[in-house]
Ligand binder design. Structure first.
Ligand SMILES: [Zn+2]
Length: 279
């Protein structure tokens, strides 16, 4: 059993958007920004190899298909995920499962790649052709019929080939992927976001996704303006944090360019980072 983090690249997000109603005087002490108010965000992937023969990839960054359209985000240090996997002795064909926390472009863009078609029309192929792609049904329906606030974050080309190849697997509720990986659903940021819980011998790791994207977002009221349903986000963060503090689970922060993983503790009514875990 093995768990590794792979950063597939970085981009800039507006600090005001990342921290919503929190004033810059407060958030900039906990997360730096540049002169344009840009905060560097990572796009983090988790690679889990289980004793029962699964090789699982959780999220996979923005990929390359839409970088021009998304140039506002100033992407940099993009890694080729296939190369990163090969460095670790794993071929893309060996990936058995791709878990997509949700379908915003910065989490699922690498799932498909452009392929050369004989008639030069655009076509897409799967980056992980043998993998089952796990998505929640509510997220999938939101992707196909997006609300006005999320529609610019979704690109059909990222997922169409997955469905057409019969590799999409939709879940309706919390679901066990295998004995050591549980997929649990959290709302608020977007409907039916999956948070994978990975049980390792030393502790359980929670891929917190955009429920808690940064260590600076551990305070429940530090909610991003990208969250579609902020009051629900607040409640869902407390649900995740309460258990993480009690059970000594470690949170993996998918977007934090500085702190990749930590445990959390509850101090009176507040939640704080406890120990940073170097993965
Ligand atoms: Zn998102």
């Amino acid at each position: 059993m093995d768990l590794q983090l792979i950063d597939t690249g970085f981009f800039y997000a507006d600090g005001g958007a990342m921290f919503g109603a929190i004033p810059k005087t407060a958030w900039s002490r906990r997360y730096p920004c540049d002169e344009r108010n840009g905060c560097v965000l990572a796009m983090r992937t988790v690679l889990v190899t289980t004793d029962c023969g699964r090789i699982i990839l959780i999220d996979n960054g923005a990929g390359e298909k839409h970088l021009k359209q998304l140039s506002y985000y100033r992407f940099f240090a993009l890694a080729d995920l296939n190369t990163e996997l090969l460095k670790r002795g794993i071929s893309p064909e060996q990936i058995t499962d791709v878990v997509l926390t949700h379908l915003h472009f910065d989490h699922c863009g690498y799932v498909t790649r452009e392929k050369q078609q004989p008639d030069h029309t655009p076509g897409y192929e799967l980056s992980f052709p043998n993998a089952t792609h796990w998505v929640s049904r509510r997220q999938w329906e939101n992707f196909l019929h997006p609300n006005a606030l999320e529609k610019d974050s979704y690109f059909i080309e990222n997922m169409q080939a997955v469905e057409e190849n019969g590799k999409l697997y939709l879940i309706d509720e919390d679901t066990q992927l295998c004995p050591v990986v549980n997929l649990r659903l959290f709302d608020g940021h977007t409907p039916g976001q999956i948070a994978p819980y990975i049980t390792m011998p030393e502790r359980t790791y929670v891929f917190a996704g955009d429920v808690i994207p940064l260590e600076a977002s551990v305070s429940p009221e530090w909610i991003s303006a990208y969250d579609t349903y902020p009051v629900l986000s607040y409640r869902e963060k407390i649900r995740m944090l309460e258990e993480a503090a009690r059970e000594k689970q470690a949170l993996i922060y998918c977007h934090d360019a500085y702190t990749r993983c930590s445990t959390v503790k509850k101090v009176n009514a507040f939640y704080k980072k406890e120990n940073v875990i170097n993965l």
